[in-house]
Ligand binder design. Structure first.
Ligand code: ADP
Ligand code: MG
Length: 494
């Protein structure tokens, strides 16, 4: 199936082409014709499956483009509002469609001004309801879309959403998109939608089997060391590290910077402007590592995230799915890596069961593992490296003192020096340990509980306490590392 099969308006088709879309995703194949027909829908599909276009294209197709506010898209977060707005603007480019965003933490007057000249409003529930209630905007949209409905529910927006619909005209088409369908969402659908068509894209239809998932078992205090070693081994081009707590995000981002990475944190306590800057930097490749909480990174669409790291596992499978969905987007392949302590085995089991995920248990690479891998990469690179004439003089100069083979060994050692791997050799549990520990949980042994009470005895330091220790054990190598990393970039970046 092709996008041309939908017979979209020419100007819309042009934009779809310009976006490089050829084949509609499963959710798009199913949703677009039904929405064009004018029916309400409830659509359930995992993240990264193209839900924005699934509602955006048919809504734009049906719009009159008469200069009034014709459509409203309600989304859970400010970041999503900007992202969805950008995507819709891209599709509406040749239709001369304007989009406006409405969200908290930004000036009322500016937003109101933009809203008045827009065809599509993308809004977070709280601020949008504010504007409606205070009669600061008066609109009669023909299309109302609830995007990421489950997330809005989790964030406590259900009441706001119900209230929003009191201000919407009865004569409207309503579309609801959600990654999951918990009971309250189904109930909401019954009250705000009119005889909707239900669309569910099951797991097997989701193209996202191209995310390789693995987990490593470590002690709490080894998390930092484990993450560093995994970075060294996997050499991710662009990655997101997920933490449970905002303070972990701050601490870890600072730590990564101290280790020579270009890293920044993203969480809800940051100012809006800061958050926008971070996301822009991450999309624009000036940032290598984004350290984020679940909420901050929810729905974030950055197309070329190579790796997602779970610094800690989320408590539930829902956020897990959303986290790993940040990689492997739009048909690319991705890698999702979880650092797990024995006290997280409950969550691990739950996630494995719920997600049906094939999460491979792995052992943290040793220094030698990293070395051999780097060596293999280097060999490959050298094989493909063309000889630069400018180096001839350099080699000739060396030849005055050494024979060619000595020069080669010296140069290789020089490169090896820069590739030195930091940290202790063995980090985390061995394969055998992991199997044993996991088997205890399977038998209903209270492994998780014991660990929890142990943590309490230690003064409840849990994550941050462990992190501190991890920091300390590396601190001697920290200063070196940043220099080292720059060197490494010089040799190993493509
Ligand atoms: P979701 O809302 O389901 O998480 P998005 O709408 O954010 O997914 O889409 C994920 C990414 O895939 C976006 O970068 C989008 O531009 C891209 N995309 C969507 N549909 C297609 C398609 N049919 N072909 C190629 N890329 C697509
Ligand atoms: Mg989405």
């Amino acid at each position: 199936m092709k996008f041309t099969d939908f017979n979209l308006k020419k100007d819309l088709e042009k934009a779809v082409n310009a976006a490089g879309f050829v084949e509609p995703s499963p959710i798009q194949q199913q949703a677009i014709p039904i929405v064009i027909e004018g029916r309400d829908i409830v659509a359930q599909a995992q993240t990264g499956t193209g839900k924005t276009a699934a509602f955006g294209l048919p809504v734009l197709h049906n719009m009159k483009c008469d200069g009034t506010v014709e459509a409203v898209v309600v989304v859970p977060t400010r970041e999503l509002a900007m992202q969805v707005s950008d995507e819709l603007f891209r599709f509406g480019k040749f239709l001369n469609i304007k989009t406006a965003t409405v969200y908290g933490g930004s000036s009322y007057s500016r937003q109101i001004k933009h809203v008045q000249s827009a065809s599509i409003i993308v809004a977070t529930p709280g601020r949008f309801l504010d504007l409606l209630k205070n009669k600061q905007i008066s609109i009669k949209p023909s299309f109302v879309v609830l995007d990421e409905a489950d997330e809005m529910m989790d964030m406590g927006f259900l009441e706001d959403i119900r209230s929003i619909f009191k201000f919407m005209p009865d004569e409207r088409q309503t579309l609801m998109f959600s990654a999951t369908m918990p009971e309250p969402i189904k109930k909401l659908a019954k009250t705000v939608l009119n005889n909707p068509e239900f669309i569910t894209i099951t797991k097997s239809e989701v193209t996202n089997t191209n995310i390789k998932q693995s987990f490593y078992v470590v002690e709490e205090y080894e998390r930092d060391d484990a993450l560093m070693r995994l970075f060294d081994y996997k050499d991710p081009s662009k990655s997101i590290v997920f933490c449970r707590m905002k303070r972990d995000v701050d601490r870890l981002a600072t730590y990564l910077v101290s280790q020579g990475f270009s890293a920044k944190g993203l969480h809800g306590d940051m100012e809006q402007r800061q958050r926008e800057e971070v996301i822009r930097a991450f999309k624009g490749n000036t940032l290598e590592v984004l350290v984020a909480t679940d909420v901050a990174a929810r729905g974030l669409d950055v197309s070329d995230v190579s790796h997602v790291f779970n610094y800690q596992l989320p408590f539930d499978s829902e956020p897990y799915v959303h986290r790993i969905g940040r990689t492997g987007r739009a048909g690319r392949s991705g890698v999702a890596v979880s650092i797990v302590t024995p006290s997280e085995f409950r969550s691990l089991k739950k996630i494995q069961k719920d997600v049906g995920a094939q999460m491979e248990s792995k052992v943290i690479p040793t220094i030698n593992d990293v070395r051999s891998k780097n060596q293999a990469t280097l060999v490959d690179k050298l094989k493909n490296q063309e000889i630069d004439e400018k180096v001839c003089d350099f080699i000739e100069a060396l030849k005055d003192d050494f024979d060619l083979s000595t020069i080669v060994y010296k140069l290789a050692s020089f490169i090896g020096e820069a590739e030195k791997v930091k940290g202790k050799d063995k980090i985390g549990k061995s394969k055998k340990d992991i199997e044993f520990l996991l088997s205890r949980v399977r038998e209903g042994g209270g492994g998780g509980n014991r660990n929890r009470s142990q943590r309490k005895r230690n003064g409840g330091r849990g994550g941050s306490g462990g992190g501190y220790r991890g920091n300390k054990s590396r601190s001697d190598s920290g200063a070196n590392r940043s220099g080292n990393r720059n060197d490494r970039n010089r040799y190993s970046k493509k």
